[in-house]
Unconditional design. Structure first.
Length: 232
């Protein structure tokens, strides 16, 4: 068995057994607070475990379900290990036939989810000279399932992130935005994510990789809609 196969087997076993505290977030938290002074070269096994934790959370939060099979999980994990971006994996998970079937077969989202969708959409479009107003958003999206709202809002979140001209501008936006998202009283999966201190989130984002930051934003908008529509 090759080293790559052994790593893949270990991380697939991790997926089956689950884990409470993702190391990818803890590592960035430690860097932001000065507990790690120098970045050490990451081993293949550590990278695979970190990617496995991210992928596991992504699938559960986006699909509201477990991976369809260990083989499918392994294929996505292999892509991450070979350098695929978080944005690429996210688009693959949300713009595919499996997700589309869930979106089309589910009933319309409830009033609470639609209201949260509108609030978050207006926040994400606040920098645009022309954006949809509340009435247009309600009329245009009231019949969509929560999966449809999640897909549209996720695309809008990624578009917002790409409009920043510098990492510093992004961090200055992310801190207050992440703190403001706690107004929904939703569990974002880790106690550090639930903190309402803008400075903490801003400092964390300055140390985070672009992919990790992408997922922190996407994770929040998905979890809010999941919870408001009756799922956690």
């Amino acid at each position: 068995m090759t080293l790559h196969s052994r790593v893949l087997l270990l991380v697939t076993a991790f997926w089956l057994s689950s884990c409470e505290m993702p190391s990818f977030f803890q590592e960035h938290l430690q860097r932001a607070t000065g507990l790690i002074k120098k970045k050490n070269q990451e081993s293949a096994a550590a990278k695979a475990q970190r990617n496995g934790e991210i992928l596991q959370e992504m699938i559960r939060v986006i699909w509201l379900d477990e991976p369809e099979s260990a083989e499918m999980f392994g294929e996505w994990l292999n892509s991450l290990n070979e350098g695929a971006s978080i944005e690429g994996i996210y688009n693959g998970l949300i713009h595919n036939q499996t997700y589309r079937r869930r979106e089309q077969s589910s009933e319309s989202a409830n009033v609470e989810a639609l209201k949260a969708f509108i609030e978050m959409m207006l926040d994400l479009q606040s920098d645009l000279s022309q954006s949809m107003d509340r009435g247009a958003l309600e009329a245009g999206f009231r019949n969509l399932s929560v999966y449809g709202l999640k897909r549209i809002l996720g695309d809008e979140a990624l578009a917002r992130l790409r409009r920043f001209r510098s990492p510093l501008d992004l961090s200055k936006w992310y801190g207050p935005w992440a703190a403001h998202m706690t107004r929904f009283n939703v569990d974002f999966g880790l106690k550090q994510r639930n903190l309402s201190e803008a400075d903490f989130h801003e400092q964390w984002s300055m140390q985070a990789s672009p992919g990790s930051l992408d997922w922190e934003v996407l994770n929040r908008v998905h979890r809010v809609l999941n919870t408001m529509n009756g799922r956690k």
